[in-house]
Design a protein around this ligand. Structure first.
Ligand code: PEP
Ligand code: MN
Length: 337
């Protein structure tokens, strides 16, 4: 940690801070500048008291960490890109992946029809919510276990692995029995007990960014997965809440180069929740591919106007087919297959 003292501090005040740093178990290194004194405190916060309390000293101006708070998700810990194996589909490698399917599983017919269409168009993973996190308790909450069974059937018929949301710790083992990837939704992105439960299933985890989550908080949430011995973490940017209301959320594509710099884990972009409007999805996908995303997560429905959730942002089967063709040159230009 770096402890910056206020300007023109007396030697006696400086000594008090130095003594406190030692008392807390750290080694102080005092650097006298022209106006200010800065103290480097060497030690590990996991085995010592936190130094942040030093800010309560009247002579201290600020206390800043030098080391990053996340370790296992960081590029420093693992310089090569992590590749996540989802039933033989390698996410984060040279092949670009598209996960597609309805927001919610509504019926066997709806899901099978969508699964076959997205597969034919080139999607490699099938999405579909069985447990839905809805803002209002009066909205469709998902088919639950029945939805999971329908997803398993669609996998059997198409060979597509499935990604579905894990909403509760209580469901972790049950959802993991059906799912190939567990999705942690934006509303649960900092539900640490849920993250731990997801990690412990051993299934790959796709961690959505929280609605108002800073990148550092997102990386730290991801750290929970790796710290619980699950290397299968993927980050997913799905739009954050800003002052803008034209779109449902503001899709922060700058998350792509930032996650790529900071972490070795794949980054997936969800332009459906991101824009909330079907007509914007294709352009967002092109941008995401060009900027180096590893995969897309796109909502597709046989009849978006009649969808039980997120109708405005879902693509029709034909719309998805067109999207796949239109992003192809961008995938090639990004050096991916
Ligand atoms: C979804 O993918 O349908 C969903 C609910 O996502 P999010 O958690 O990003 O809102
Ligand atoms: Mn949705």
């Amino acid at each position: 940690m770096i402890v910056v003292l206020k300007p023109n501090i007396s030697k006696k005040d400086e000594t008090r801070v130095v003594r406190e740093i030692r008392r807390l178990g750290y080694k102080p290194h005092v650097i006298h500048g022209v106006e200010r004194t800065v103290i480097g405190a060497i030690g590990d916060e996991r085995t010592h008291h936190t130094l942040e309390t030093l800010i309560t000293f009247p002579q201290v101006e600020s206390v800043m960490p030098v080391q990053k708070r996340y370790k296992l998700v960081s590029r420093q810990a693992h310089p090569a890109n992590s590749i996540i194996n989802v039933r033989g589909n390698l996410i984060g490698g040279t092949k670009f992946h598209v996960m597609a399917g309805p927001c919610s599983v509504e019926s066997e017919k709806q899901l099978l029809k969508t699964a076959q269409a997205v597969k034919a168009a080139g999607a490699t993973i099938l999405r579909g919510g069985a447990f839905k996190p809805r803002t209002s308790p009066y909205e469709f909450q998902g088919l639950g276990t029945k939805g999971l069974k329908i997803l398993a059937k669609a996998r059997q018929e198409t060979g597509l692995p499935i990604i579905t949301e894990l909403l509760s710790e209580d469901h972790a083992d049950m959802v993991a029995e059906y799912a190939d990837v567990l999705q942690i939704g934006t509303r649960n992105a900092q539900n640490f007990q849920l993250l731990i439960a997801a990690a412990k299933t051993g299934k790959p985890v796709l961690l959505k960014r929280g609605l108002s989550m800073k990148i550092e908080e997102w990386l730290l949430a991801g750290e929970y997965i790796l710290a619980h011995d699950n290397p299968g973490l993927m980050f997913c940017e799905r739009g954050i809440r800003t002052f803008e209301t034209y779109t449902r959320n503001t899709l922060d594509l700058s998350a792509i180069p930032i996650i790529k710099n900071e972490s070795h884990c794949p980054i997936v972009i969800d332009p459906s929740q991101g824009a909330g409007r079907a007509e914007l999805v294709l352009t967002m996908c092109k941008g995401a591919v060009a900027m180096g995303a590893d995969a897309l997560l796109v909502e597709v429905h046989p009849n978006p106007a009649e969808a039980w959730s997120d109708g405005a942002q879902q693509l029709s089967l034909e719309g998805f087919k067109q999207l796949m063709a239109a992003v192809q040159p961008f995938i090639a230009a990004a050096g991916r297959e």
